[in-house]
Design a protein around this ligand. Structure first.
Ligand SMILES: Cc1cc2nc3c(=O)[nH]c(=O)nc-3n(C[C@H](O)[C@H](O)[C@H](O)COP(=O)(O)O)c2cc1C
Length: 303
């Protein structure tokens, strides 16, 4: 049996590198009804904020050729409800759960992270400084190296959990962002979040999305995401979780060969909820076909 496992961070071992991306599988209870969540490498929950958020006005999603636009606006029940409702469930899973967090200020990122630190069932935090769909906060902190580093340092100081900083493609130089958060204490980076985009209804002569703009995801963004992972892999030495448009095992392998240790799968699971499992099986098949024992030997293989 080929070894698909990945030691993503000290003490955070994944049985395979496939991670359910934030916002595309809720809190895990829904996908767990469709397949065994224990088969995933890890699971990342919907972006969680200190207070409940109602999200953006409808419509919030739209299909595009080769992808989709979303402007959910971080709808979530707030950290207290997430802890109360989902941590008892997560505690029972063998799959590591990573909580994705977003906030309006540096202090709020730190206090939200502190609230989650030490809660049983939470293996790491993914710090979302890259959501393009909210008016204040989030991307505001993630688009310059200075502010990204400030958030990273504040969260790092507040917690003992490992922190993964989720980077935006909506920036001039993603490698500079990655270097800044590495220096500020990030344990890993994940990339990319969605690319800002929009659509206009020519019938209504109005933007389609209630928020006007949204985030583009799916196969359309894969080449952009892959180039960014390649760039970041040349810039930092912390682990990289790559993603953006991964639909197949072959796509996942491209990210791994560009330098990612693990991958996030999002939009693919909205088309086919079993997609992450198909990708895991495809990785296993690739290793067998090529007589390879260990997936880890492919990280950065194309460099
Ligand atoms: C409907 C939807 C909701 C999302 N919500 C979040 C979120 O709450 N936090 C976050 O960091 N990323 C969120 N994302 C971004 C995804 O986690 C992922 O980074 C992005 O969609 C690119 O990967 P993909 O092309 O595989 O979907 C969301 C994406 C979609 C499509």
């Amino acid at each position: 049996m080929p070894n698909l496992s990945v030691e993503l961070l000290p003490g955070l071992k994944l049985k395979n590198p496939v991670i359910a991306a934030s916002g595309t599988a809720g809190y895990g209870d829904e996908p767990d009804r469709l397949y065994d969540i224990a088969d995933l490498g890890a699971f990342i929950c919907k972006g969680t904020t200190l207070k409940p958020r109602a999200g953006n006005p409808q419509p919030r999603i739209m299909e595009t050729p080769y992808g989709m636009l979303n402007a959910i606006g971080l709808q979530n029940p707030g950290v207290e409800a997430v802890i109360e409702k989902y941590s008892p469930l997560w505690r029972q899973w063998p799959t590591p759960v990573i909580v994705n967090i977003a906030a309006d200020s540096v202090e709020e990122y730190a206090s939200l992270a502190r609230r989650l630190d030490g809660i049983p069932g939470i293996a790491a935090l993914e710090i979302n400084i890259s959501c393009p769909n909210v008016k204040a906060g989030c991307l505001e902190f993630g688009s310059t190296p200075e502010s990204a580093a400030t958030v990273t340092a504040a969260v790092k100081q507040a917690v003992s959990l490992p922190i993964i900083i989720k980077l935006t493609p909506n920036t001039a130089d993603i490698a500079a962002l990655a270097r800044a958060v590495e220096k500020a204490g990030a344990d890993a980076v994940s990339l990319i979040n969605t690319l800002r985009g929009m659509a206009i209804s020519v019938k209504n002569r109005k933007p389609v999305l209630g928020n006007i703009t949204g985030g583009l995801s799916g196969p359309a963004i894969k080449p952009v995401a892959l180039a960014m992972v390649w760039q970041v892999a040349g810039a930092v030495s912390i682990p990289i979780i790559g993603g953006g448009g991964i639909m197949s095992a072959e796509d996942a392998l491209e990210f791994i060969m560009a330098g990612a240790s693990a991958v996030e799968v999002g939009t693919a699971a909205l088309v086919n909820p079993q997609a992450p499992l198909d990708i895991i099986n495809g990785l296993d098949a690739y290793l067998r076909q090529h007589n390879l024992n260990d997936l880890a030997c492919l990280t950065g293989a194309a460099r």
